[in-house]
Design a binder for this molecule. Structure first.
Ligand code: CP
Ligand code: NVA
Length: 304
């Protein structure tokens, strides 16, 4: 298989997603049964974090060890990345010593430049524009609870951010619809989201309307990492974009609630919703590890 990077959701096709979801289910089952699954023995993953993380760090690190491999953890502060070593030089050096690289950084252009100069596959662990590993986990979680997501409706309530962009890419590829409701000034931008047409999403001014009839309601923080200077303006603008029980009751009776976490109860979501019976946020978080194990295995070994 030619080397593949996973920089955005559209980097894989529908048949590859079908394989990864199936493989993740097997890997999860074996993990729960304490069965060894050492398909990446002696392989090394470098994890580069230029932003904070709990889930991404733990899921990649624990996941790689469980596959029989090992990890190297780098941050901006403790590597030459923070002292302006060029990204292309860093990519050339790091990728000569490891088998796989995961990067969490700011602009998508940085991860693209790294990938261009990398000898090994590069995985996007979140950029300002995209968070493909999270949507991979979210869709796997949806499938576990409700079956195929094709033809379903996902309501996105909140910021037109990296999560929203990735949902739009996934909808176009996997054949579902996203109802998007953001405050004015925080809309999704089709060009940034990198989707071909507007056919797979609909925009709603009122978040209640976006939730009406949805199979899944999802949201994210009002202020993403890197945008902290806009905190106050965002608090005012997003006040009506809090997923509450009223919005959940506008959705289908069996609708799920998802949030990539970390969450701010009382801001983008009410505690009654995120801690309520429709919420699957803990499964979503756990599934990061299972789907990423399947993804790493696929990028290094192809279909097994
Ligand atoms: N959802 C997610 O990526 O969480 P972390 O920021 O903790 O990695
Ligand atoms: N949109 C959020 C997601 C955090 C996992 C951020 O980029 O900070």
């Amino acid at each position: 298989m030619a080397m593949k990077h996973y920089l955005q959701f559209t980097d894989l096709g529908t048949d590859e997603y079908a394989y990864i979801f199936e493989r993740a289910a097997l890997i999860k089952k074996k993990f729960k049964a304490y069965e060894k699954h050492h398909t990446l023995a002696d392989r090394t993953l470098a994890m580069i974090f230029e932003k904070a993380s709990t889930r991404t760090r733990v899921s990649f690190e624990a996941g790689m060890y469980q596959l029989g491999g090992s990890v190297v953890h780098l941050t901006t502060g403790d590597s030459q990345l923070g002292r302006a070593e060029p990204i292309d030089d860093s990519a050339k050096v790091i990728s000569r010593m490891v088998d796989l690289v995961m990067i969490r950084t700011f602009g998508q252009d940085k991860i693209e430049l790294f990938a261009e100069h990398s000898r090994v596959p590069v995985i996007n662990g979140l950029t300002n524009e995209f968070h493909p590993c999270q949507i991979l986990a979210d869709i796997f979680t949806y499938i576990e609870h409700r079956g195929s997501i094709a033809g379903k409706t996902v309501a996105w309530v909140g910021d037109g951010n990296n999560m929203a962009n990735t949902w739009l890419q996934a909808a176009e590829l996997l054949g579902f619809t996203v109802h998007v409701s953001t405050p004015g000034g925080y809309e999704v931008d089709q060009a940034v989201a990198g989707i071909r047409s507007g056919d797979s999403y609909k925009v709603f001014k009122n978040p209640m309307d976006a939730c009406r009839g949805a199979d899944l309601v999802t949201t994210d923080v009002w202020t993403s990492m890197g945008y902290e200077a806009e905190n106050e303006a965002r608090r005012l603008a997003f006040a009506d974009w809090c997923v509450d029980t009223e919005m959940m009751s506008a959705a289908k009776a069996d609708a799920l609630f998802m949030h990539c976490l970390p969450a701010h109860r009382g801001e983008e979501v009410e505690a009654d919703v995120i801690d309520g019976p429709q919420s699957v946020v803990w499964d979503e978080a756990e599934n990061r590890m299972h789907v990423q194990k399947a993804l790493m295995e696929y990028l290094l070994l192809g279909k097994l």
